[in-house]
Structures are given as C-alpha cells and as structure tokens.
Design a protein around this ligand. Structure first.
Ligand SMILES: *Cc1c(COP(=O)(O)O)cnc(C)c1O
Length: 356
C-alpha cells in the first residue's frame, strides 16, 4: 500500500511515558495533542496508555473520533460559534478568548444540563490567540458570571505566530495573572497551562516556575523534540513515523531542462544547477500527499529535486543503494511533513506494533 506512513505505537507510548514522568516531577499534567496526527485513534490511545491526563485536538472532526477513549477531551483552537453544539457534546475543556463565544457555550451547556470547562487564553506577546495580558479583567468577570461554565484555568500559547520563546519571565507573568484572578475574584483556577512542546525545554532544564501545572504536548511526543530550539530530547524516539513512496521511474537525465523555461505547475520559475547527467528516480508521491520541504530521505545520499502534485523527483546518483522501479523509498518527517501526510486522504496510515 503506497504511499503510506507507518506509525510505531510502542514508540509513541514510550515517548509519552517519558514526557509524562518528566513533567510529573514538576507537578505538571500533560494534555496529549493529536492534531499533527489528524486525531489518529490508535496514536491517541497510545498517548492515553502512556499516561496523559487529557487528549487534545484543534479540529472537531478529530476530537469527536476519540470519544471511545475514556479520558477528558480538550479543544485547542478557539472554537467557532458554529460548532458549539459539538463542543459541548464531545469535549470537556476548551481554550477560549472571546466572551461572546463563551456566552454561547454557557447557553448550550445549560440547555444540555452539562458543565463545560473554560481555559481563558492569555496573549503574552506571541500575537496568536488570547486576551492581551494587560486587559483580561473584563473577560474574567464575564466568565465568572456565567452558568454551565466552570472557569477551570488560564493558559497561553507561544512560539506559534510571533516565535516568542517560553521563558521563566513570561511563565511568571502568567502565574502573576492567575494569582491576581484568584485573589480578586475568589476563583480557584486549578489549571495554569504553560504552552505547547516549545515549553518542554524549561521542564527539561528545571527552569519551569512552580505553579505552571499543565502543558499541551504533541510534537514533543511524536517527534521526540522540544520545539523552542528544535533539540532532540534525550531518551525519546525521533523515528516513530516513516513515510514510504513507490518508485515509478529510474532514468539518467541531464540536470538542466531543455527548451524555453516558463513557470512550473505552481506558478514559480524553477531554477537549476548544471551538475551534468544524473541518475534520478520519480516517486509516486506529490503535493497531494506530502509537503516536499517536510520530508527527509532516510538514505543520506539521496537529494530531493522537486515535487509536483503527484510526483517527487529525487537525485540518486550518489546513493549506494540499489533502487528499482516497483521498489520503495523511505523518508523521515518534520512537523510540516507529518502534518501534511497524516492529513492527506491519499496516504495510508499503517500501524506497526513491533517491539522496541
Ligand atoms: C497545536 C497546539 C498545541 C500543541 O503543539 P505541539 O507543538 O504539537 O506540542 C498546543 N496548544 C495549542 C493551542 C495548539 O494549537
């Protein structure tokens, strides 16, 4: 079955256990984020088995699929008002920043005789979601007045848009806001969520201030990296996923195209370097399946030359492996590569359960 991504569940479980243990030492609970896996149920179950306290996703379709896994669900994207019935039905927690939307959640929760827990997002400067860190008071008062809502905590998201790194200083800012809300409004605010995988480096180095008690972790578990500096986390697997594509052509060709050059299929004018005649392979793997910038040949001597909608062109001149038509080539995935291949309906997802 090609193309396909093979997913090693034992490695997901191992990475989850390792990160959960590391966080637990600092009194931090982990929400396992499944979105980079398109909410894959087997991956989510491996995370749950590995000890995450919540499962979290940014897409309603994904999180609705995880119903059978019996741990609390956290919705990550600021919810659309048009999906609030699903939100209240299928999730327990959501990250929010708009009082108008939270009011609608409250109404829906009351209607369904349910409680929905809100984590208010605070923008500490990354400029993606959240109420600005200087003016949260009015939203806090608004939430506190609503029925059907549990004001469960505050959180922040960093390194996503502005590239702002989590630090002792911005984590302390978040804690100070929590402290102020608790004191002024008498809200217990049990959850203080200090970000995504980019916050792991603070945990790893013992720099996370006490009081941050939740992190939302996807990439750290799935790729074995903290994302602030892109460093591998020791003791974690960074080869959970392997992408396979099938070779449909192998030929020696010049490295410069012949004829007048216009634009390629995506409106770009391609550029070429003349390296003489080279052995090349065409793989049945294109932009409908993958993001060519996000895949890395496992064979270090293979170079990606380019990709169109359905074809990936690679230079195999220097490779020591014997490739043939009908054979396969394998790739490691970056975050972007994993996201695209797990999202593409053309790429099969194959679970491997081999021992590690
Ligand atoms: C995607 C996302 C996360 C998880 O990010 P990773 O880098 O995969 O750990 C956490 N929080 C929010 C709000 C997200 O959208």
């Amino acid at each position: 079955m090609n193309p396909r991504v093979e997913i090693n569940l034992k490695k997901i479980r191992h990475n989850t256990e390792t990160i959960v243990t590391m966080c637990r030492r600092m009194n931090i609970d982990v929400a396992g984020v499944t979105k980079v896996c398109s909410g894959n149920v087997d991956a989510a179950r491996a995370m749950a088995d590995g000890g995450v306290k919540y499962l979290a996703d940014s897409r309603m379709e994904n999180i609705c699929n995880l119903q059978d896994i019996n741990i609390p669900k956290m919705f990550l994207r600021i919810p659309m008002q048009s999906e609030i019935d699903y939100l209240v039905r299928y999730t327990d927690y959501s990250l929010n920043s708009e009082i108008a939307t939270i009011k609608k959640i409250s109404m829906e929760a009351v209607k369904r005789h349910k409680k929905h827990s809100i984590i208010l997002m605070i923008d500490l400067g990354d400029l993606r979601e959240g109420v600005w860190h200087e003016d949260f008071q009015e939203t806090v008062r608004g939430i506190a007045a609503l029925e059907g809502i549990e004001f469960a905590g505050i959180g922040t998201n960093l390194t996503c848009y502005g590239g702002v790194l989590p630090s002792k200083s911005n984590m302390t800012m978040l804690l100070n806001i929590a402290h102020e809300i608790r004191k002024r409004y008498g809200i217990s605010l049990p959850i203080i969520s200090g970000g995504n995988s980019s916050s792991l480096h603070l945990v790893d180095r013992g720099l996370m201030p006490e009081g941050i008690n939740n992190l939302r972790i996807g990439e750290g578990i799935f790729l074995g990296r903290e994302t602030a500096f892109g460093k591998k986390i020791s003791g974690l697997y960074d080869d959970i996923f392997t992408l396979y594509g099938e070779i449909v052509e192998i030929k020696r060709k010049p490295s410069l195209p012949c004829g007048e050059i216009g634009v390629d299929a995506f409106g770009k004018t391609p550029e070429f370097v003349d390296r003489g005649s080279r052995m090349r392979a065409v793989i049945a793997l294109g932009r409908q399946d993958i993001n060519p910038e996000g895949i890395i040949p496992e064979d270090k001597d293979v170079y990606i030359l380019g990709a169109s909608s359905d074809h990936l062109i690679v230079d195999i001149e220097e490779s020591l492996s014997k490739y043939e038509v009908g054979g396969e080539m394998s790739f490691r995935l970056t975050y972007g590569g994993l996201l695209q291949s797990m999202t593409s309906g053309y790429v099969k997802k194959v679970i491997v359960n081999e021992n590690i």
